[in-house]
Design a protein around this ligand. Structure first.
Ligand code: CO
Length: 174
């Protein structure tokens, strides 16, 4: 089921999400709804708080090809991360990011180049994944959501000011 996306500056985006303790049908339904919502909105990642659920749950599905077709993000390719923790990070990189909660805004953000993350899957089994490419960026972006952080908060003072001005203008014009 496609759910409604929480849009900036909604205060819920500032919440620190709670650890998942129970890996049951409710969690699986949440994950399935998050996938449906991400696909419907053409996203590559989504944190639970972006549909108003303050649990440490995120999904990422990097399209298989550049072509924007419906088969590029099959459900079985979805990385489902419960209670993710960054256990290693190094290097630095810059990447142009966007976010379903800040639609239409794309800005360069500084991130670690390489990260290693420990997380649980929907059954509660623990895994470790590491990456130094686009997936590493996506994981850092989504894990930030679990801490109540949105990517535009990482912009420089001037860029942030410019964004806030543009955003207010857009809100006024609907
Ligand atoms: Co986001």
């Amino acid at each position: 089921m496609v759910r409604e996306i929480v849009v900036y500056p909604d205060k819920r985006l500032k919440m620190v999400s709670r650890k998942v303790e129970v890996f049951d049908e409710t969690l699986h339904m949440l994950l399935d709804d998050m996938y449906d919502t991400m696909i419907a909105k053409n996203g590559v990642g989504l944190a639970a708080i972006q549909i108003g659920i303050d649990l440490r749950v995120l999904i990422i599905n990097i399209p298989l090809d550049e072509l924007d077709n419906e088969h590029a993000q099959p459900k079985e390719n979805t990385l489902e991360m419960i209670n993710p923790v960054i256990i290693e990070k190094d290097g630095m990189t810059k990447f142009q990011e966007g976010c379903l909660s800040v639609p239409g805004i794309y800005e360069d953000v500084d991130r670690a180049k390489h990260i290693k993350v420990e997380y649980q899957d929907r059954e509660g089994h623990t895994h470790i994944i590491e990456d130094d490419d686009f997936l590493a960026i996506a994981m850092q972006h989504e894990i930030d959501h679990l801490e109540g952080r949105v990517f535009i908060e990482k912009l420089s003072y001037m860029k942030r000011k410019k964004f806030e001005k543009e955003w207010k203008k857009r809100e006024k014009n609907g």
